[in-house]
Design a protein around this ligand. Structure first.
Ligand code: SF4
Ligand code: SF4
Length: 431
């Protein structure tokens, strides 16, 4: 694609990067077939190619974002399915991230939208505030239909997703070291996370048990939110501040006792942490440290696949529908490892039709774009139901929450099944 940025515009490294990405697009349109919003809405402007043109036009003309551009960029899930399909290697993720930051800087959203986004950005990254919000939400669920009817759809969507039971802080949440059982072979940090540790502390508890049994010292470095949630909302300063704080916490560990890996059980977070090197490439104080953290970041299944787990302690024999989160399959290109681990652990893995399509969770998308999110969720659940599986496994808390809100089939994290197979307790969802 030909671009026409001026030299003055290209002096901005973010614009220069956008220019490079835009020039790789050959407008072939292959990406449209696998884009969930184009598949649902059939509008070229809700396809990757259409969004690329909108972004090009906005940036080249140095224009503030318009309501029309914002509508179509907001509808993008950042699922990155288009990146998997694109034969030309267009880095859509970096382009849309930059477009979102430009929107935040130049567009004044309607008051309710601003309020909802400010609240999500404040509450979700804080375990304490998120817990309080969920407790309030478990009561407020009753009012969700009413709030939806009077136009407060994001609030209604949030309440519908709130769990009926909210757990207090668990042992896997605070800073500390969980020592290896037996001789130590590796020392890894485990991202404590924000929303996941409140919604499903059992996930990191299972990861810690399994890692300890396989010779890992597991360090919780005391980092906060990785910044992924606000990054996808275009709130760049907040995202970079959260990223720097996490990098500082892990750097202390790297430079004292050392880390073999930074293990992550939420693949949405993993995709962002693996991108820290890029996000902070222009920050002289953090560029090298960020790149080092990104190089050490591993999804839990990616890490476990490098180990010799041996024969499972028990063979559950259950049929598992493996739901590949977009951030795992498109963001991190981790395709086989989770399924192979489950199969080796004795589960019968069932593939899901249209596995490349997002379930509609996508960070805060199911709150901010509830109608599209529900359509994608129901389509995903229908495809899962057709597999006849006993249980659904996923590697991302967003997908787990989204899918569990529409099915009676138990939904667990892949690592919970693996921990169970290799000697841990049965996941509570299966008891
Ligand atoms: S598939 Fe790639 S090159 Fe083709 S239109 Fe989409 S982004 Fe552009
Ligand atoms: S990230 Fe997903 S929703 Fe957005 S343009 Fe690409 S395929 Fe479509």
């Amino acid at each position: 694609m030909q671009t026409n940025f001026t030299l003055a515009q290209l002096a901005d490294p973010n614009v220069a990067e956008a220019d490079k990405i835009l020039r790789t697009c050959v407008h072939c349109g292959f990406c449209t077939a696998t884009c969930p919003t184009y598949v649902l809405l059939g509008d070229e402007l809700d396809s990757p190619r259409g969004r690329i043109y909108l972004i090009k036009d906005m940036l080249e003309n140095d224009r503030p974002a318009t309501a029309e551009v914002v509508k179509h960029i907001d509808r993008c899930l950042s699922c990155l399915s288009c990146m998997t399909t694109c034969p030309s290697g267009v880095h859509y993720m970096h382009l849309v991230d930059h477009a979102r930051a430009h929107i935040e800087e130049t567009y004044r959203r309607p008051a309710l939208d601003r309020l909802t986004r400010a609240m999500l950005a404040k509450v979700l990254p804080s375990r304490r505030l998120f817990r309080v919000a969920l407790l309030a939400g478990s009561i407020g669920r009753l009012f969700a239909p009413l709030l939806g009817a009077i136009g407060l759809r994001p609030i209604a969507a949030m309440l519908r997703l709130a769990p009926s039971r909210v757990l207090g802080p668990g042992p896997a949440e605070g800073a500390g070291v969980f020592p290896a059982e037996g001789p130590r072979q590796r020392r890894v940090a485990l991202l404590a996370g924000c929303a996941q540790s409140v919604l499903a502390p059992s996930i990191n508890e299972a990861a810690i048990r399994l890692l300890r049994r396989t010779g890992h010292d597991v360090v919780q470095a005391g980092e906060g939110c990785c910044g992924s949630l606000v990054h996808h909302m275009g709130r760049e300063d907040e995202a970079l501040a959260q990223a720097r704080a996490a990098i500082d916490a892990w750097t202390r560990e790297i430079e004292t006792e050392g880390l073999d890996a930074i293990v992550i059980t939420a693949s949405g977070c993993g995709t962002t942490i693996k991108d820290y090197g890029y996000m902070l490439r222009n920050d002289p104080a953090y560029a090298a440290k960020a790149a080092r953290v990104s190089a050490l970041a591993r999804d839990v299944c990616e890490h476990l696949a490098l180990l010799q787990l041996g024969a499972p302690a028990r063979r559950g024999g259950l049929a598992v529908a493996y739901q590949a989160a977009c951030s795992i399959q498109h963001g991190q290109k981790i395709l086989k490892q989770p399924k192979e681990l489950l199969a080796k652990a004795g589960f019968a893995v069932r593939d899901i039709a249209e596995a490349h399509l997002c379930c509609g969770s996508a960070g805060t998308y199911n709150i901010l774009q509830p109608e599209i999110a529900v359509r994608l969720r129901d389509r995903k659940v229908a495809n899962i139901t057709r597999t006849g599986a006993d249980v659904i496994a996923s590697g991302n808390i967003g997908c787990i929450t989204q899918i569990a809100s529409a099915t009676r089939i138990p939904v667990v994290h892949t690592v919970e099944l693996l921990d169970w197979a290799y000697g841990g307790p049965k996941p509570a969802a299966l008891v």
